[in-house]
Design a protein around this ligand. Structure first.
Ligand code: ZN
Length: 507
């Protein structure tokens, strides 16, 4: 073989293995989607095993000696220099992944997959029965494993940085402490202003039931409007709404209909639609490379929060949508005004449950979890003390105290799933979303008019070009810098919140 043929052969081996990993992940994803939507209940635990095997195989391939030898060859100058950018970045990412995750023994990984899978079932029951003690031994093991994993993966500074990096490359406790500190203070100030205001938003809509079939019509309509592509996607129902990108041409979203609370389905659908559009618009050229993904979990969340909150909860959006809303629900509501709707969807009320929190207090729920997680991973606090610490922090940060663990420490599945380091990305999504909005408004100058006219094309197109098309060729940090010229900055988000609530609550 001449050098050129040798190079081509090597690249083929690389793309071959990436393709195979994608196939395993795609089928694991499909199995997961099926379990969450239509699979019969009794078959689910058997399906879990199949899912575990598929995920483990994909993981094994990504850290295999075959992969290692391909990457070692490809990173040599004579090969690396003639690779297109997407493969160069992909090789760099895979080397980083391999070097880190090779340190985790395969049997420990498998043990962990089984532990977290069992723990999720135990958690579900423990939550139902308000029984933290049953869940505790599992949680202790999961925390220990995560601490062990942080040591194996390696880090600079705080051990939690190793776990954060899995979801938000380059993010650190140092950066989060300052960002979240500023965010917490800013939100608490707005909350104090709202609580001091004499204005009480109209809650008439709370007492009106809207049939699920009609809510479904509205959800589909709104998804189509904002630019979610039904040719490459579908909308189904699940207990916990989610988005899954099996490949860029098959990106599925789910929602949940609550007849006495239409905000759940509508805003949940728009939220998942934002995630879905990101996945649908990652370029096909990047498919089957390791940069054919979102820039980070936080950047993914910026897309869902942008559409859900910046667009979906704005007055301009409802100015355009309200006539259609009235038409769909003409048997249920006849006289709803724009002002009433905007007030209703922007009510602020500190509450116990994160997923039901309003837009303002949501990030406070995240900051609470972040503060506990980093202390747990550093070993400053123990899992057994969590219920008490949780309640104490709720009172401190949000000003209310849970009556039991069900509406406290047991409410989220993330810890049972071992997802330490994930929560912060939810709040980062809010921050990124408003940094992006500021930049977007400079290019799409008639942003408000577009929303009033329900013309979302130019808005979506801007996100596609600036964010989606870049895949993971840039980290979130690099991307936000490239688009806005600024690093992570909470000011645009705080300004947006203050402007909005000042109007709604007249403080
Ligand atoms: Zn989301």
């Amino acid at each position: 073989m001449n050098p050129q043929e040798k190079h081509q052969e090597l690249l083929n081996r690389y793309t071959g293995i990436l393709g195979k990993i994608q196939h395993y992940r795609e089928m694991a994803g499909l199995a997961h989607w099926d379990m969450a939507t239509y699979a019969p209940k009794a078959g689910k635990s058997i399906r879990s095993d199949a899912l575990g095997t598929l995920s483990t195989e994909a993981f094994k391939m990504s850290v295999s000696t075959e992969m290692q030898s391909i990457l070692t060859e490809l990173s040599k100058e004579e090969h690396f220099n003639q690779l297109p950018e997407k493969y160069q970045k992909s090789v760099e990412k895979d080397i980083k992944h391999l070097e880190k995750f090779q340190k985790i023994p395969e049997d420990r990984y498998r043990e962990y997959v089984i532990l977290t899978s069992k723990a999720q079932n135990v958690w579900e029951k423990a939550k139902e029965e308000n029984d933290f003690e049953t869940f505790l031994p599992y949680l202790e093991k999961i925390v220990d494993f995560n601490r062990e994993m942080a040591e194996l993966l390696g880090y600079e500074g705080h051990p939690y940085n190793a776990l954060l990096d899995r979801f938000e490359e380059g993010m650190t406790v140092e950066k989060l402490d300052s960002t979240f500190g500023e965010l917490k203070e800013g939100i608490q100030t707005i909350l104090t202003n709202i609580q001091g205001s004499s204005k009480t938003p109209n809650k008439r809509l709370e007492s009106i039931n809207l049939p699920a079939e009609k809510q479904k019509i509205l959800s589909e309509k709104v998804l189509r409007k904002i630019g979610y592509d039904f040719e490459s996607g579908r909308l189904d129902e699940s207990v916990h709404p989610f988005t899954i990108g099996l490949n860029p041409k098959d990106v599925r979203v789910t929602t949940r209909y609550q007849e006495d609370f239409f905000k759940t389905a509508l805003f949940g659908t728009i939220h998942e639609g934002g995630h879905g559009m990101y996945e649908q618009n990652i370029p096909m050229e990047l498919f089957k490379t390791s940069v054919g993904t979102a820039a980070s979990t936080g950047m993914h969340e910026s897309q869902s929060r942008f559409w859900e909150n910046v667009v979906g909860r704005s007055e301009a959006f409802w100015k355009g949508l309200l006539p259609e809303f009235r038409e769909i629900f003409k048997e249920e509501i006849t006289d709803i005004t724009l002002e009433e709707m905007v007030e209703y969807i922007n009510i602020v009320e500190p509450s116990m449950i994160r997923v039901e929190a309003d837009e303002l207090t949501y990030s406070l729920h995240i900051i609470l979890r972040y503060e506990l997680e980093k202390e747990l991973i550093q070993g400053n606090i123990a899992a057994k003390d969590l219920p008490q610490l949780w309640n104490q922090k709720m009172a401190e940060i949000i000003g209310i105290k849970p009556k039991d663990n069900r509406e406290g420490v047991l409410q989220d599945v993330h810890w049972a799933g071992g997802m330490f380091g994930y929560f912060p990305t939810y709040a980062l999504g809010n921050v990124y979303a408003l940094q992006l909005t500021e930049a977007l408004k400079k290019d799409v100058t008639n942003f408000t008019a577009h929303m009033e006219n329900q013309e979302f094309g130019p808005i979506k197109q801007w996100m596609v070009e600036k964010v989606h098309q870049r895949g993971n060729l840039r980290t979130a940090e690099e991307l936000i810098k490239e688009i806005t010229g600024d690093g992570l900055n909470v000011k645009p988000y705080l300004t947006y919140l203050d402007d909005k609530y000042r109007k709604v609550y007249e403080y």
